[in-house]
Design a protein around this ligand. Structure first.
Ligand code: HEM
Length: 632
């Protein structure tokens, strides 16, 4: 009988045989110019650096390589695929920005793009006519000048999130779901005019969407905005209450008031009972559920480990017959069939919903409906069927990319913000004192901050920047594909290389950010960009994480201006209303905060428990008055 080692050897030699057989079809990796590749960990024969690529927190390893090898690191897989990590801001500017035209392509992976049906999602579209059309559409929706038109939606959605978190005193799954619902509801509303179903029925979006500078539901169709779409803030009764120094007992009472019934201790485990979870699961909005599932499949399965599957190295494996599928390493085809179907449903679902509601004239104006109506108006003006079909195709896939890309990124930044507030009570206190003072000085302290307060919230601005830096939500950005051979400082980077901007290494560079692992908003206090402080304008620009964390060059994140407003507002609103601290056990003792990062693409922490408490009765009423206003 064959022993286990025999089987392992048999498997190894079978793979080797297949490799030798198929190898002529691979991309040539020869360096005809006689220049060295950039430095990197030593590759093994045949396998190359396969064993160096870890799916968990690859950025930690990539930072070590950056420290060892300098501005660029090179790895090879099976001596045919080149991976290049760009580790410094200077190298990123020189390559990804200045030579943007040749670094803007996407890998075109067989498994992800073709077999799982993702090739038309913006983040995977090859650089060319289609990607340019898609990015023009994205620009229409999320360019900086358009963002103020979303402020009413952001204000009301943020208040919806505060309401949801009021009921999630122990953090964990409930908190994560609430943040995802918040992020997804904004883009679903902007993009499709779809209002996300809140758990327990009703809508969790308080819409007032605007596209291309027109206020949906308001100036765009000439009608008066609904009360829920009004940017005006809810006003609680004007009883001024002591805001500070609540003891534990008083805090408990606040919570009991806030939740109408709860008066227990905060347990470290945030999740409710399994029955409640099951019920919540059933009540989750169908489109958000699809988005969560598909983004998880994309980031945790398809794109895990750089997104390279055996079939990407040996494309002929795509044609294996069904009977081969149960063999080791051959299960990819069966997986791809299931995932492709899910991706198609995810793209088609909200799109079909918009078309149907437009047909029934029940739709809310949105990015899709506005552009489709514009197209319909042009029909008499010689727009042929092919142009129309192409436009609809681009719009459908771009729309999906917007809401797909917004959920986990926003979740990552906000959950890392919460971690930092728990671990840095001083920073939390300073920010809260600043908010209290600014609201007081405005003559109306019974309100939440708005965008008009931003210029006065200097410490909060620094704290927001430090959150972007510390979180580095997409630490290795998304891979680009080099379209031509390139040379950088005498090193050869071959055409076809997969290029990763090592945002993590840039955000942890001790020369730019001393003590880089520490959360220190103070490092940004001098950076108003005026050049009046101790830091020059250039240095301020160079340090601003906004210029890093959204990627580089022609594929940089199109949602960054939205994030600049949405995430800032959530951060200052949460700080106004809640005190964030470690989870407590039954005796009220603080529990250790354990944070794990498992996701291979986003630096999103695994669910963790915490203690979310209203800071005062006034804070409770601020949130409740909004609940009453919109009837959530
Ligand atoms: C904190 C939040 C966010 C962060 C840190 C973030 C970061 C990134 C990064 C690093 C990339 C890759 C850029 C590159 O390839 O060079 C990216 C791409 C992208 N992001 Fe974001 N993002 C965020 C939020 C959003 C939001 C809210 C949206 C949509 C409204 C969005 C839409 C996209 C799209 C469509 C792409 C693909 C662009 C392309 O390949 O052309 N992102 N994002």
């Amino acid at each position: 009988m064959a022993t286990l080692p025999d089987l392992v050897y048999a498997l190894f030699f079978s793979i080797l045989a297949v490799y030798i057989y198929i190898r002529p079809s691979l991309v040539s990796s020869s360096n005809s110019k006689g220049l060295p590749y950039p430095p990197g960990p030593k590759p093994l024969p045949i396998l190359g650096n396969v064993l160096d690529i870890k799916p968990k927190e690859l950025w930690v390893q990539a930072l070590r390589w950056a420290e060892l090898y300098g501005p660029i690191t090179h790895l090879s897989l099976l001596s045919s695929i080149h991976l290049v990590f760009i580790n410094t801001h200077e190298a990123a500017l020189e390559l990804l920005e200045q030579k943007g035209g040749v670094y803007a392509d996407k890998p075109g992976l067989v498994m992800c793009g073709d077999m799982c049906g993702c090739k038309n999602m913006v983040a995977f579209t090859p650089y060319g006519a289609q990607s340019k059309r898609q990015r023009r559409l994205l620009h229409k929706a999320f360019a900086a000048p358009v963002i103020p038109t979303y402020h009413p939606l952001l204000l009301s959605s943020t208040r919806g999130l505060l309401t949801a978190l009021m009921g999630q005193r122990m953090g964990g799954k409930g908190m994560f779901e609430s943040i995802k619902r918040y992020a997804g509801s904004i883009t679903l509303s902007v993009v499709y005019g779809y209002e996300v179903k809140a758990p327990g029925g009703g809508s969790s979006t308080f819409s007032g969407v605007m596209v291309n500078g027109n206020a949906n539901g308001a100036s765009m169709n000439g009608s008066t905005p609904s009360p829920t779409s009004s940017p005006s803030r809810p006003r609680p009764t004007k009883t001024v209450l002591a805001q500070k120094g609540h003891g534990r007992e008083q805090q408990e009472r606040l919570y009991a008031n806030a939740n109408g019934h709860q008066h227990g201790n905060g347990h470290g485990h945030a999740q409710g009972g399994s029955g409640a979870e099951e019920q919540e699961e059933e009540e989750r909005d169908p489109f958000l559920k699809m988005a969560t599932e598909c983004v998880n499949i994309l980031s945790q399965e398809i794109a895990s480990g750089g997104g390279i599957w055996l079939v990407d190295v040996f494309p002929r494996l795509r044609n294996i017959p069904r009977w081969v599928e149960p063999f080791p390493f051959m299960g990819f085809k069966a997986k791809a069939r299931v995932w492709k179907k899910k991706m198609e449903d995810w793209v088609d679902g909200p799109w079909e919903w918009t078309l149907k509601s437009m047909k029934e004239n029940t739709h809310k104006p949105s990015f899709c409906s506005t552009l489709l109506e514009d197209l319909a108006l042009q029909n008499g003006e010689g727009v042929d069927q092919e142009t129309k079909d192409n436009f609809e195709f681009d719009l459908k896939w771009t729309a999906n990319s917007m809401y797909g890309a917004s959920i986990d990124t926003t979740l990552t930044t906000l959950t890392n913000f919460i971690i930092n507030m728990i671990q840095n009570p001083d920073a939390q206190r300073k920010a809260q004192e600043e908010i209290d003072r600014v609201l007081e000085e405005s003559g109306d302290s019974d309100r939440l901050p708005t965008f008009q307060d931003r210029k006065n919230l200097v410490y909060c601005e620094a704290l927001y920047k430090e959150c972007l830096r510390w979180s580095a939500s997409v630490p290795l950005s998304l891979p680009h594909r080099l379209m031509e051979d390139d040379i950088y400082k005498g090193m050869f980077i071959p055409k076809g290389s997969l290029v990763f901007a090592n945002i993590w290494a840039m955000m942890r560079d001790p020369n730019v950010y001393p003590d880089p692992d520490a959360f220190k908003p103070e490092r940004f206090l001098d950076l108003d960009g005026s050049g009046s402080g101790s830091v020059s304008k250039e240095e301020a620009k160079r340090m601003n994480p906004k210029n890093f964390v959204f990627g580089f060059g022609r594929r940089t994140c199109p949602g960054k201006e939205l994030v600049e407003s949405s995430v800032w507002l959530v951060i200052v609103s949460l700080l106004t209303v809640f005190s964030l601290s470690k989870a407590k056990d039954d005796e009220g003792n603080e529990q250790e905060l354990k944070i794990e990062y498992e996701n291979p693409i986003f630096r999103v922490p695994e669910e963790f428990g915490c203690d979310i408490r209203p800071r005062s009765e006034r804070a409770v009423r601020l949130v409740q008055s909004f609940e009453e206003l919109v009837g959530v």
